[in-house]
Ligand binder design. Structure first.
Ligand code: AMP
Ligand code: MN
Ligand code: MN
Ligand code: MN
Length: 287
């Protein structure tokens, strides 16, 4: 296991814990290097960084940008971003802008299905009102007894193609990568194993991502099976991308992922933390 986790959420987006509590939880589980990566919002990062400093844990400010690439939704994590950067802040503000109107459309779609009043119910779960999303709808559908867990509720209502899903236009891939780079960050393709892309499409995504300035791909992820880990380790090495790792933690009890420590990266690709830490620095402490 590695005491490194470079992908996790707080209640600034669709996680359940406040930023300080996510950071503390990761630390208590043995984490030495942590990144908070809320969707489309930087507002948890100041408190998270302070908490990590107090605990004596290394911290990278991060973000997970929602992207529409050829009609597919994909996620791009930015690591080591300057939270004061206006290009990134404005880009993310533009991405957040569509969320409320999308939530209304989701609520209407569910009402048409005979499930009324979803908007108010979902809003109760969205601690950051600008960041209402599918996870908040999911929690309220579960609260109403309409599904038993997150996996089930997405499968029944909220995944692409299901009746509560509405299409939405997020950031362009090249824009997301350029905002992250403008803020001094490194762009990572998040949980590639979740995208139902064949070899061709994945190859095209990686080519466009690299051309835009993207540098890394998640290899170990809470969203990945063992087969994804080997596939993307090899792809990272072949493509000269750094390999990243992250729990994608959202809430305890929702799925198996806890934050803070993750299985080792397979040999081959260069681990992404080398960008900031010589192995010796961090891993000596860790061993
Ligand atoms: P949104 O950005 O509002 O479309 O919400 C996307 C979020 O929904 C993801 O970041 C996950 O937190 C959650 N999510 C998406 N698909 C699933 C799934 N199949 N099971 C559980 N959570 C999911
Ligand atoms: Mn999420
Ligand atoms: Mn994601
Ligand atoms: Mn995530």
């Amino acid at each position: 296991m590695l005491p490194i986790d470079l992908h996790a959420h707080s209640n600034v987006s669709d996680g359940m814990l406040p930023p300080a509590e996510v950071v503390t939880r990761a630390f208590e589980r043995g984490c030495k290097l942590f990144a908070l990566t809320d969707h489309d919002d930087l507002r948890g990062l100041a408190v998270a960084a302070d908490t990590a400093r107090t605990l004596g844990m290394q911290f990278l400010p991060g973000v997970e940008v929602s992207v529409t690439w050829r009609k597919h939704t994909i996620h791009v994590v930015g690591l080591g971003v300057d939270t004061a950067n206006e290009t990134l802040q404005q880009g993310l503000a533009s991405v957040r802008q569509g969320r409320d109107e999308r939530a209304v459309r989701m609520s209407d779609a569910l009402a048409a299905l005979g499930i009324p009043d979803m908007l108010a119910g979902a809003r109760k779960f969205a601690d950051n009102p600008e960041m209402i999303g599918r996870a908040h709808f999911a929690r309220h559908l579960i609260e109403r007894g309409l599904a038993k867990d997150m996996k089930g509720v997405f499968k029944k209502y909220l995944a692409k193609g299901k009746p509560g899903y509405v299409s939405h236009q997020w950031a362009a891939l090249a824009d997301a990568v350029s905002w992250i780079r403008a803020a001094g960050g490194l762009a990572v393709i998040a949980h590639p194993g979740r995208y139902e892309f064949g070899r061709m499409l994945m190859g095209e995504l990686i080519a466009e991502f690299k051309a835009a300035g993207g540098e890394a791909i998640e290899v170990v992820s809470g969203s990945h099976q063992a087969i994804d880990v080997s596939r993307f380790a090899r792809l990272a090495e072949d493509e000269g991308l750094y390999a990243s790792l992250g729990s994608d933690y959202h809430a305890t009890g929702e799925g198996a992922r806890e934050p803070g420590i993750l299985p080792d990266l397979p040999p081959g690709p260069v681990p992404v933390w080398r960008r900031w830490y010589a192995d010796a620095d961090l891993l000596a402490e860790v061993a």
